[in-house]
Design a binder for this molecule. Structure first.
Ligand code: G6P
Ligand code: MG
Length: 217
């Protein structure tokens, strides 16, 4: 497939931070007097912090002033940061290192393309910074996935045309963004959820060298 640029989402692809995002949002929902389920949390994957809060307030049927809204945004992030404070390399998802190392061994450029404003500190905590040639995160983008902006900026910074890029994503919005960017989308998760992806793997353990070689040839 002759791919020459590789872009990874962070949350749910490299590390399982989705569970910490969920716990922080659920705490806020409970404080506001309603339940927030794991199923509802699916819609939050790949979606910006601000948009997540808008959806949460819609679920709870809660109206907020701008000031209150901003206060809850800060509160959720503080709770999230305290949940990830002690994160280390042990939280890297299975065989992520195998794939990153395979790409490094083949001198392939690697980018991060995440909606999270906490991406850099997380990569530092799990000691993966050195693998990434380019980092595009929530502090660099104006338009959220499924808009392709985050991946197009990453491709540009890698110096690789979008059609030669591969995106690894766990979110429906992220797969859509990759497809909208004209890139090869690889879903990490459930086939029935990520049906728009070109290929889907439950996790990186299922992605063998044979498949990785095919991406490069
Ligand atoms: C990722 C996660 C989302 C999260 C977003 C913003 O895309 O999948 O669930 O809301 O990042 O994260 P942040 O760390 O900036 O709150
Ligand atoms: Mg994700």
């Amino acid at each position: 497939m002759k791919k020459t640029g590789f872009i990874f989402d962070l949350d749910g692809v490299i590390v399982d931070t989705a569970k910490y995002h969920y716990l922080a949002w659920r705490k806020l929902a409970n404080e506001l007097g309603f339940e927030f389920t794991q199923e509802q949390n699916e819609q939050f994957k790949g979606v910006s912090r601000k948009r997540c809060l808008e959806i949460l307030l819609e679920i709870g049927d809660i109206k907020a002033s701008q000031e209150q809204f901003n206060k809850w945004l800060v509160e959720k992030n503080e709770d999230y940061l305290s949940l990830i404070e002690k994160m280390d390399e042990s939280e890297i998802l299975p065989d992520v290192l195998k794939v990153l190392q395979f790409l490094k061994n083949h001198s392939m450029p690697i980018a991060l393309g995440s909606a999270s404003k906490n991406a850099r500190p997380i990569l530092e905590k799990v000691k993966l910074m050195d693998y990434f040639d380019v980092i595009v995160d929530g502090t660099h983008v104006a338009k959220a996935k499924p808009d392709p902006e985050v991946f197009l900026i990453a491709a540009k910074q890698l110096g690789v045309p979008p059609e030669d890029c591969v995106v690894f994503e766990d979110a429906v919005a992220g797969i859509e963004a990759a497809n909208n960017a004209g890139m090869l989308s690889i879903g990490i998760g459930e086939e029935k959820v990520l049906s728009e992806a070109k290929f889907v793997f439950t996790n990186f353990t299922e992605m063998d060298d044979n498949f990785l070689n095919r991406l490069l040839e």
